[in-house]
Design a protein around this ligand. Structure first.
Ligand SMILES: C[S@@+](CC[C@H](N)C(=O)[O-])C[C@H]1O[C@@H](n2cnc3c(N)ncnc32)[C@H](O)[C@@H]1O
Length: 204
């Protein structure tokens, strides 16, 4: 059976308000990720949230007094419709790879997006070369990764492609893309969950 497009699946989730469950379920990990990334930036900083869902991380960033602009991008029409209903921020409907923003950003953030791509490590290179400003920081969180064995059946249960990489493959992928100060950390730890793998690095 052919797999479904992740953006179609997430449009269905948005129509059933399952975006709200993702928002609350991902909040602890994202808060920790932003607490790592934002202190690494000069101020003011611009930001883009990739695979932004209903735009909740953009709204969080907009409320940060040092954030000059927060843009969201997602390939799901229903997620972007919701994002635009919930705030006046800038949101783009686009499937990646194959779309580039018209400006570069100081912070690229993404939560639970990258592994839906066929080649997420190539996307890291595109982020580094085409999306990120000098001295900018990329931070990405993934819950589907090799060491999180509880996530291994997700591609089958959702019937969606997921690229399963190890912590070391993500780390090396960041280095190969050109990032410096590359680190991986487990965030959002709780009982029964090995944590979101947060991957981050700088363009210097
Ligand atoms: C698991 S959801 C996470 C949403 C949001 N980051 C959050 O934490 O609530 C993954 C999001 O990535 C988007 N997505 C998946 N593949 C994509 C692609 N190739 N291009 C653009 N967006 C994509 C989906 O539409 C979906 O909104």
């Amino acid at each position: 059976m052919t797999t479904r497009d992740a953006t179609e699946v997430f449009s269905e989730w948005a129509l059933r308000n399952r975006d709200e469950g993702m928002e609350s379920g991902h909040a602890n990990s994202v808060n920790e990720m932003l607490n790592i990334a934002i202190p690494m930036l000069a101020t003011p900083f611009s930001a883009i949230d990739v695979g932004c869902g209903n735009g909740w991380v953009c709204r969080k960033l907009q409320s940060n007094k040092n954030c000059s602009k927060a843009v969201g991008i997602d390939g799901s029409i229903e997620m972007i419709t919701k994002a635009k209903q919930k705030s006046t921020g800038e949101f783009h409907l686009a499937k990646l790879p194959g779309w580039n923003p018209s400006q570069k950003f100081d912070l690229i953030h993404s939560m639970e997006f990258l592994y839906y791509l066929q080649d997420p490590l190539d996307m890291l290179k595109i982020f580094f070369n085409e999306w990120l400003d000098d001295q900018g920081v990329l931070i990405a969180g993934v819950d589907h990764y090799l060491e999180n064995t509880a996530s291994h059946d997700w591609p089958e249960s959702l019937n969606v492609h997921m690229t399963t990489l190890s912590e070391e493959q993500w780390r090396q992928g960041m280095i190969d893309a050109g990032f410096t100060d590359v680190e991986t950390r487990r965030v959002g730890l709780k009982s029964g969950f090995v944590g979101t793998l947060a991957i981050f690095g700088r363009k210097s």
